[in-house]
Unconditional design. Sequence first.
Length: 202
Amino acid sequence: MDFNTISTKLVIRIVLNMKKIEIPKPTLLDYAILGLIQDGSLSGYAIRKMFEETALGNYSSSPGSIYPALKRMQRLKLIKKSPQGSTTKTSFEITANGTLILEKWLSKPIEKKEVEKKTDELLLRFAFMETLVNKEKKIDFLTTFRDLLKVYIKELQVFYCSESESMPLHGRLAFQHGIDSNKTTLKWCKKAITQLTQNKKS
């Protein structure tokens, strides 16, 4: 067997092994952290407190999951440590790659299944669009959100009309809550579109 044959087989084996290695994708917690530090660095403690004391805690299984997430994000080169002034303390700042990944996540098209099951995630995306997403894309995001909500609400109402009589009282009340909650989100969408359209700085 000559050298070229050996080299070719070695290259093929390396390529096949590379295909087996899956690069970890950022989690929802990773995106939430990226959104927090996109405009300025924060210490690990400050990030953890944000998740402990605000609604961001909904996107973390526990406060103890923050530090492992920060280590994972460093390995993925989404964030990096930076010194805090002349002290020995460090903070975390977003990298160019992290900004790119965050912007891609913020700008991806909305799917109907997200409107049905991941409204909180959609609102999180919108909350972090302030600086990375232009006005046109923000309005497109909200317009799509609004239109898909209209479709979903209609589907819920049709189902309710056909099945409500066979539901127990508590089931009917819970289902009504679901419809009303989506109507509230729809109302917010319309209001947000109007305000963004009128706001010259958006």
